[in-house]
Design a protein around this ligand. Structure first.
Ligand code: CTP
Ligand code: MG
Length: 187
């Protein structure tokens, strides 16, 4: 398969992991996940991690995955754009979406432990926590799906492409979100 097809198809399959963080900005604003609790003098997670953001973001990612599945099915795209049979494909889709927000929560947990305030910049961590969470949870819940779609048959090069592209996408989306007034800071 052509390297460009591999790269774009792995990005396509990863999209349910890329949307939730942006969607969480829109759904956020409710009660914080840590319920205001602190640990060692700092908030456990902070006010930037809310239940509505977590749930709205996860459902958005799952919904996007289902839309991509429908598009691929209606257009008869087949491999490598195929998420797999329905309803089995819902497991990796859900894992990508939920995992990305759990990774983001893990990132905030670490930021608070090293004394960084909510919204403070944490290079590398901010750009990769969600991707590590998304791929990590999917590897756990859907090991064969992960290997077949994101590793085997050269797909690993697509995965590397997504890893390299992610900080750029993250930056782009956050600058856009900032300019649109959805985010307080452009990172
Ligand atoms: N958000 C949310 N719930 C989540 C994740 C994000 O409500 N589980 C919303 C919050 O309004 C948050 C915004 O999305 O402020 C941006 O997310 P992020 O940059 O991850 O949070 P920060 O506010 O920067 O906080 P932190 O320093 O903990 O990353
Ligand atoms: Mg932030």
């Amino acid at each position: 398969m052509h390297p460009v097809i591999i790269a774009i198809s792995v990005l396509w399959l990863t999209l349910p992991a890329l949307l939730p963080n942006s969607a969480a900005v829109i759904f956020g604003g409710g009660a914080p996940v840590d319920m205001g609790r602190s640990w060692g003098g700092s908030r456990l997670l902070g006010d930037g991690k809310t239940w509505t953001g977590l749930m709205g973001g996860t459902l958005s990612g799952l919904l996007l995955g289902m839309m991509l599945y429908l598009i691929a099915t209606l257009l008869g795209l087949g491999e490598p754009w195929d998420f797999g049979g329905f309803p089995d494909c819902l497991v990796p889709m859900f894992s990508l979406a939920l995992g990305s927000l759990l990774g983001d929560i893990g990132g905030s947990f670490l930021k608070r432990r090293i004394g960084l305030a909510r919204g403070a910049k944490a290079p590398v961590l901010d750009q990769y926590d969600f991707l590590i969470g998304a791929y990590g949870l999917t590897l756990l819940t859907s090991t064969s799906w992960f290997m077949d779609h994101l590793v085997n048959g050269g797909a690993i090069y697509g995965l590397l492409f997504v890893v390299i592209l992610t900080p750029l996408l993250h930056r782009l989306v956050n600058v856009l979100g900032y300019k649109m007034g959805a985010k307080d800071v452009p990172w």
